[in-house]
Design a protein around this ligand. Structure first.
Ligand code: NHW
Ligand code: EN5
Length: 388
């Protein structure tokens, strides 16, 4: 059934019920001298190409490959449209490896036709902090699909990760592979309901008119919580403390230090937004919320070409109720002209989704670990990891 995945150190469907297998690495590391030294062979017309994201021309090529060939919804109405600035942010965290930004080019035209990437991360599973690669942006040009190129890309990124003495990875996908540690649902909160209905992202509910729908999703003009403001560089230490102690309660979560927080959470326009609550009395940072910006191209619509979507990222509510904090996140996203605010049912999100008028989407997101078993998997609410 899975000619490629059956050969890989991942949980196999046949083992799912076997509670005797222990948590942790599925196979041990091999000596670095035994890691294959040369790239896997590609079909003759193609060559490997390590991507330099400092190079604006290369970044434009990568942007275009993904804008035309990356993930679509099940009815092919929308396609993710990661911006060049977002890709640079996503692929160059602290201590990233250039060799993990892997392109495939046509030898003759030099056209970029496929891509896969890894970035380093420390991810904790129960009480085990593991150095991992986060794999993302696997893409094969539409004209080259179903030729078994994806397994070659995956083997090659695996080889380059092994060369750094890293033996585990984390990744997400909309498709079912052997075997998810958990399966999450996307939820959507309309901010611009008329446009969402016009492009077919959502539908007018039964017995609803457009004007009732617009009223239903109305939000205040400005955040309501006193002391709610944008995160700044001077907040990195306080946010790191807040986030570290919060993520400690999840079974699987990133192990962020201050450098990670500065990279992943300091606001960057149209890439990542972070807000916090600074107590007006004590000036303590008590709460934190964030979202990243990932527009989707609208395929085949005469009026609109893109949807501006915010995706809930990391949120920590200590003093402010989470529902109130996320309502303020919706308000600032509306102020900034987002059409929709998306969230997964991870962490404590179940506690605000229905109340804040999110509705379940038709998409799922499966989370995977490579060469790491977690017996019986976990629930979405036990997951403290959001990938881009
Ligand atoms: S998920 C987004 C993936 N990208 C897209 O969906 C974009 C649109 N689609 C495409 O570009 C986020 C192609 O359809 C792709 C497959 C390239 C997806 N993950 O070449 P073939 C990520 O980027 C398996 C993993 O003929 P294709 C995460 C499939 O099951 N495997 O197919 C990426 C089959 O294997 P099987 C996937 O349609 C994580 C084989 O590929 C997959 O032309 C990667 C067929 O290959 C997916 N999303 O190209 C794993 N989709 O065994 C990282 C299909 O079933 C693992 N397949 O026969 C860790 C590595 C690092 C370890 C370090 C220690
Ligand atoms: C991870 N790094 O299917 C990358 N999106 O629900 C790989 N549906 O937008 C992950 N089909 O439900 C890929 N509207 C997995 C996701 C792939 C993209 C995807 C789904 C997630 C999505 C929308 C549009 C559906 C269009 C037809 C959807 C309903 C919204 C409605 C708003 C009002 C309240 C009820 C819900």
């Amino acid at each position: 059934r899975h000619k490629f995945w059956e050969t890989q150190p991942v949980g196999q469907f046949r083992d799912v019920a076997d509670g005797s297998l222990p948590d942790g690495a599925i196979e041990p590391p091999t000596p670095l001298s035994e890691v294959r030294a040369d790239p896997y062979p590609l079909p003759a017309a193609f060559e490997w190409f390590t991507c330099d994201l400092d190079d604006d021309a290369l970044l434009a090529d990568l942007y275009a490959l993904l804008a035309h060939n990356y993930v679509e919804d099940d009815e092919n109405m929308f396609r993710f449209n990661y911006s060049p600035a977002f890709l640079r942010w996503a692929l160059r965290p602290p201590s990233f490896f250039r060799a993990w930004h892997i392109g495939v080019r046509a030898k003759e035209s030099k056209k970029l036709v496929a891509f896969i990437s890894g970035i380093p991360a420390r991810i904790r599973a129960r009480d085990d902090v593991v150095r991992m690669a986060e794999i993302n942006f696997l893409c094969v040009h539409k004209k080259l699909r179903s030729k078994r190129l994806a397994p070659v890309l995956i083997r090659e990124v695996t080889r380059r990760v092994h060369q750094e003495n890293i033996w585990q990875a984390a990744y997400t996908a909309g498709v079912v592979l052997p075997t998810p540690i958990t399966t999450c649902r996307y939820w959507h909160r309309s901010l611009n309901p008329k446009k969402l209905i016009d492009v077919g992202f959502s539908r007018l509910g039964p017995r609803m008119t457009m004007s009732r729908t617009v009223r239903l999703y109305k939000l205040p003009d400005a955040p309501l919580t006193p002391g709610f403001r944008q995160m700044e560089l001077r907040d990195v230490a306080a946010v790191t403390r807040l986030l570290r102690s919060y993520l400690a309660r999840y079974v699987v979560a990133p192990d962020f230090d201050e450098l990670d927080v500065e990279h992943w959470l300091l606001p960057q326009e149209d890439v990542v937004d972070s807000y916090l609550v600074e107590s007006p009395e004590t000036h303590e940072v008590t709460d934190f919320c964030s979202f990243y910006t990932l527009p989707s191209s609208v395929l085949n619509n005469a009026t609109y070409s893109t949807l501006k979507a915010a995706y809930s990222y990391y949120n920590v509510a200590v003093k402010t109720p989470l529902q109130q904090l996320m309502n303020d996140a919706l308000i600032v996203a509306k102020q900034k002209n987002y059409d929709v605010f998306n969230a997964l049912d991870v962490m404590e999100n179940e506690g605000f989704l229905k109340e804040l008028k999110f509705g379940p989407g038709d998409g799922q997101l499966h989370y995977y670990l490579y060469n790491y078993r977690i017996r019986n998997g976990i629930k979405p609410s036990e997951l403290g990891l959001v990938l881009l």
